[in-house]
Write a protein that binds this ligand. Structure first.
Ligand SMILES: *[C@@H]1O[C@H](CO)[C@@H](O)[C@H](O)[C@H]1NC(C)=O
Ligand SMILES: *[C@@H]1O[C@H](CO)[C@@H](O)[C@H](O)[C@H]1NC(C)=O
Length: 224
């Protein structure tokens, strides 16, 4: 009897910890995050500051300019314009966000993960070679070449990438299942952390010569 009770409690704890891994459901129609602190209410449940609902206007739900391309003149040849709770405060508590991804010819959105959001991507222009890798121990790679109008899903937390394989610019729009899905770009996290990871750690992890690791850290702008 007691054993069954403990198992039940453990199962509940597991279910709860899994459920809280994604954004919680809203407890009101909207809860526009406060940016300027001039007019606010305090949510008893969330414990965060938000706009007094009586002062909320249509503008708070509105964002313009997603027709404008980001500047892809950088090392990877891509640029991401993000609409998350930081840029569109009305997304607060709603569990959703959006991004526009621009690619120069042969530009890429390098391997990265969104710790809090599944991504659904639609190609508006161009041809993208995309993929994601499953977790250990399989590390199975799923890839596909996407053309205009094609849609692909990247499950939450998995490492994925998009590479423009066309001679022209490419554009994609992504929806994410979090108000703030966040991005961890693998190469940046590993070779450009602040402070830098001790090269001995990376030498063993990547089975590389220490000089190569230090060279990579230098390439990513880590000062010695
Ligand atoms: C992305 O584009 C914007 C707008 O052109 C620019 O301000 C920003 O620096 C670009 N970001 C990168 C990483 O190139
Ligand atoms: C969104 O997440 C980033 C970290 O990825 C954090 O710096 C930022 O404060 C978060 N924004 C909000 C409004 O929670």
């Amino acid at each position: 009897m007691r054993k069954a009770y403990i198992v039940t409690v453990a199962l509940f704890a597991l279910v709860f910890s899994l459920a809280s891994a994604s954004d919680p459901d809203p407890l009101q129609d909207f809860c526009v995050a406060l940016k300027d602190y001039s007019d606010y209410s305090k949510s008893a449940v969330l414990g965060i500051l938000f706009k007094d609902p009586k002062l909320v206007k249509a503008e708070y739900f509105f964002f313009e300019g997603l027709n404008i391309a980001g500047n892809t003149d950088n090392k990877v040849g891509s640029n991401i314009t993000t609409m998350n709770v930081d840029t569109l405060p009305s997304l607060n508590t709603l569990g959703i966000s959006l991004a526009r991804i621009d690619f120069a010819p042969y530009g890429e959105n390098p391997p990265h993960t969104h710790p809090r959001g599944t991504e659904i991507l639609v190609v508006l222009e161009g041809t993208l070679f995309i993929g994601f890798v499953t977790s250990n121990p399989d590390n199975r790679l799923f890839t596909k070449t996407l053309n205009k109008g094609d849609v692909f899903v990247f499950p939450v937390g998995l490492i994925h990438f998009q590479l423009n394989v066309g001679k022209t610019n490419a554009i994609a729009i992504s929806g994410l299942s979090s108000q703030n899905a966040s991005v961890i770009t693998i190469a940046d996290a590993v070779f450009r952390s602040n402070p830098p990871i001790n090269p001995n750690v990376l030498t063993k992890a990547f089975q590389l010569d220490k000089n190569v690791v230090e060279e990579l850290q230098k390439e990513f702008g880590v000062e010695k």
